[in-house]
Design a protein around this ligand. Structure first.
Ligand SMILES: [Zn+2]
Length: 313
């Protein structure tokens, strides 16, 4: 997830910190609010492949190491992958692409997440959580393919430098236009599946509403959402949505901050991402397990609709 300047400024104001050179020694020493740890410590990752994938990514070196962790997991799943190097805006990076299942002529459902992280923290929530969610869905959709769509997954590089990996993919000659691109960014805890969709009453949004309810979660669907890798798709006129899993009470506060308004309180997401708090300790694997089940069910329900109804997400 990218942090924009208005969001940073609101965060600094709400935490009582100055943004840059601080000439107020009192403010300078105001301790930032610490993000609350989940009620129970994360379970040992041995019995939870999602958590094991997040752990492997946070323990890897930033950049290439995180990609290698993803590639090892794809190898273990028997899913062939390829590096897709790119150059854009004078930056070079490497996306990872893997075809998961389905007939080559079937319309493409593309799932993706950014694999890179900022220098602060371990990038557990932003965005090992999203990458591990894509890996979990890849495993399930390989084991039991969709009826009407082929599935591929992509892990984008350099999201934090301006959505560069996804931009490069959309811009590249020959990139397949998906029937739908589904992005995952910040999928780490909470009671609410947050769906960025240009169309809140779409087939996928409706299917997601039903699926989250079955998991004891809530749905928040709408077109206001922080910048992440769905944007280059939408800008090209390609159907795209993005999922997060957060606390429902965080969403209005997050949107306030991205709009440059001072929020009533700093939501957990904004205390965690791009900071030293972005560690495994702030992840809630039990909540994520419900979220992944819900998204899988929603995608299967969406896929089962007649194709004419799934042209738009
Ligand atoms: Zn981010």
């Amino acid at each position: 997830m990218r942090l924009t300047r208005p969001a940073l400024l609101s965060s600094a104001l709400a935490l009582g910190l100055a943004l840059a050179a601080c000439d107020d020694p009192v403010a300078a020493h105001t301790a930032p609010a610490t993000a609350g740890a989940p009620a129970s410590a994360p379970a040992a990752s041995g019995d939870d492949p999602w958590l094991a994938d997040v752990s492997a990514m946070v323990q890897a070196d930033a950049g290439a190491g995180r990609r290698v962790a993803i590639q090892h997991r794809l190898d273990a799943l028997g899913i062939a992958w390829r590096d897709v190097p790119f150059k854009i805006d004078e930056e070079s990076g490497t996306n990872v692409w893997a075809d998961v299942a389905g007939a080559p002529e079937a319309p493409l459902l593309l799932l993706g997440a950014h694999s890179d992280q900022v220098a602060q923290g371990e990038g557990a929530t932003d965005n090992a959580s999203g990458s591990a969610t894509v890996l979990a869905l890849a495993q399930r959709l390989k084991a039991r393919p969709l009826q009407r769509h082929r599935v591929a997954v992509a892990f984008w590089d350099l999201e934090e430098k301006g959505l560069l990996g996804s931009k490069a993919f959309v811009a590249a000659t020959g990139s397949p236009k998906p029937a739908l691109y589904v992005n995952f960014d910040v999928f780490g805890w909470g009671d609410t599946v947050w769906l960025m969709t240009p169309q809140a009453d779409s087939a996928l949004a409706q299917a997601t509403g039903t699926a989250v309810q079955a998991q004891g979660l809530k749905l928040s669907a709408g077109d206001k959402y922080p910048p992440t890798d769905h944007l280059p798709f939408l800008k090209a006129g390609w159907p795209a949505v993005s999922y997060s899993l957060v606390g429902g009470d965080e969403i209005a506060l997050i949107l306030d901050m991205y709009a440059g308004r001072k929020p009533g309180a700093v939501p957990k997401v904004m205390q965690v991402i791009h900071s030293d708090h972005d560690t495994l300790a702030n992840i809630d694997p039990a909540a994520v397990a419900r979220g992944v089940d819900a998204v899988e069910a929603a995608l299967r329900a969406w896929d089962a609709q007649p194709v004419a109804q799934t042209g738009m997400p």
